[in-house]
Design a binder for this molecule. Structure first.
Ligand code: GUN
Ligand code: ZN
Length: 447
């Protein structure tokens, strides 16, 4: 063990600022140091600056030479289901049938804590190996599932937010819970885990069709009682789902009005999908300061529809990116951005690389109201970052080298890139993943 926690890295450094509102502002949208020095101390970023020999010599530590690689902030996945890892790529169904046929039976296994622990370990390794350092995660209905997940994330001092699903109707027997159970278990988990290290809790009503008015009422009360806790749910993903919500809550004007009525909107409320919103729902998201998770891979896979990013921008709504595994088909936010680009192309919106990477990093941090601590490489932020090898296949190398600037290279990365490009993942100033190190030897190497 060295007696200092100082670490330094020489690489290309890039991070992403707030959204520009015109294409002329693109240059202001990201920070780029072609040959940079990143200095990390006690789990925080101490400095980022252009590399010079003097700067290197002044440091009281070795500099890791990563020239040719790109360091960027760790990716933030704002919507993912950890018990669905094992059912990714389930054939043929759209949302409601997919839930019945695949999701509910799979999630029913997570009451077994030993099993949940095994899958939580696998899940966290998947996040790291795909370059994700923070995620907002759905567990199953069982508190054991979330216990296992927080326990695993805690080992790495990871910034992770999760919650046990709340659902008290329209689910198979065995997964149903009473309102009282749901609230007691949620409250116990909040008390035990929220604010422990870098962990956070999210109150997690699955979606309106599986929630009675009493359950939503109590979820809203919990929200008031614990104002810095998060809330995550699904909103307006599929037309049959929306029709069902109208039938269950005919007195409410819209799908979002149901959540809003029960005080589940607001800062730190993250609504996944938001595909078929009416104008008043966009307005409500804006007025309440709520956030959205854009899940393009899932939306294509389940045939749900196309998220309107320009409408979200027009309403100034914080937008993060979600893989939504297991409806999404990859843990990789690079791949997910590639899908996001295509979803926007179908609506004549050009999702440029700066904007795309912004949503996967600082934009996600804004969506989670964590932008003061994560999301970019600014000094003082928590040291969650990834080292990217921008060209790991002959085709990537060809296209990387004929790109005219970093802007073009980043677009190639989000179009052709995936987990093979993640050379290293660093969480809280520690390396938690390195490409080419096998899982068996990994702990020994980085212990
Ligand atoms: N709506 C309610 N539950 C789910 C889920 O597990 N996945 C997705 N994509 N949508 C949902
Ligand atoms: Zn989901």
């Amino acid at each position: 063990m060295s007696d200092t926690t100082l670490k330094a890295f020489r690489a290309t450094l890039v991070d992403f600022n707030d959204l520009a509102h015109s294409s002329e502002q693109i240059a202001e949208q990201f920070r780029y140091i072609a040959d940079g020095l990143l200095v990390v101390e006690d789990g925080k970023i101490r400095d980022l600056l252009p590399w010079t020999l003097e700067a290197e010599q002044q440091l009281a530590c070795e500099v890791m030479d990563l020239r040719g690689k790109i360091i960027m902030p760790g990716m933030i996945d704002t919507h993912i289901h950890y018990p669905q890892t094992e059912m990714i790529a389930a054939f043929g169904e759209q949302l409601l049938e997919w839930l019945e046929q695949y999701t509910f039976p799979t999630e029913s296994k997570y009451g077994d804590e030993a099993y949940a622990r095994q899958m939580a370990t696998f899940f966290i390794r998947q996040l790291f190996s795909h370059g994700t350092t923070t995620a907002l995660v759905f567990g199953s209905v069982h508190p054991e599932s979330v216990e296992a997940l927080f326990g695993e994330a805690e080992k790495y001092a990871m910034r992770l937010i999760a919650g046990k699903v709340m659902m008290d109707r329209n689910v198979p027997t065995g997964l149903e819970e009473t309102v009282q159970q749901s609230v007691q278990q949620t409250e116990a988990l909040i008390e035990r885990w929220h604010g422990k290290g870098r962990l956070g809790y999210a109150i997690t009503p699955r979606f309106v069709p599986t929630s009675s008015p009493q359950l939503l009422e109590k979820a809203g009360e919990l929200r008031q009682r614990y104002p810095d806790v998060w809330m995550q749910t699904h909103l307006s993903e599929n037309q049959k789902e929306i029709a069902w919500v109208k039938q269950l809550y005919p007195q409410q004007e819209s799908y979002l009005a149901v959540y809003d009525h029960y005080r589940l909107t607001g800062k730190r409320s993250v609504f996944a999908h938001c595909i078929h919103l009416e104008d008043q729902e966009w307005q409500c998201l804006h007025n309440t300061g709520s956030s959205v998770s854009f899940c393009p891979s899932s939306n294509l896979f389940l045939g749900s529809g196309l998220f309107n990013l320009s409408a979200a921008k027009a309403h100034h709504i914080p937008v993060g990116i979600g893989t939504d595994v297991g409806a999404g088909t990859s843990f990789s936010l690079l791949r997910t951005l590639g899908d996001g680009y295509k979803v926007q192309q179908l609506q004549n919106y050009k999702l440029n690389a700066c904007e795309a990477f912004y949503h996967a990093t600082l934009g996600g941090a804004h969506a989670l109201d964590l932008h003061s601590v994560i999301g970019n490489l600014s000094p003082g932020k928590e040291a969650d970052f990834i080292v990217i090898d921008p060209a790991v296949t002959p085709l990537q190398a060809l296209r990387h080298h004929n790109s005219k600037d970093i802007f073009g290279q980043l677009f190639v990365l989000m179009t052709l890139g995936d987990e093979r490009n993640i050379a290293q993942t660093w969480v809280n100033g520690e390396c938690v993943w390195q490409q080419g190190i096998t899982e068996e030897s990994h702990h020994a190497v980085f212990a």
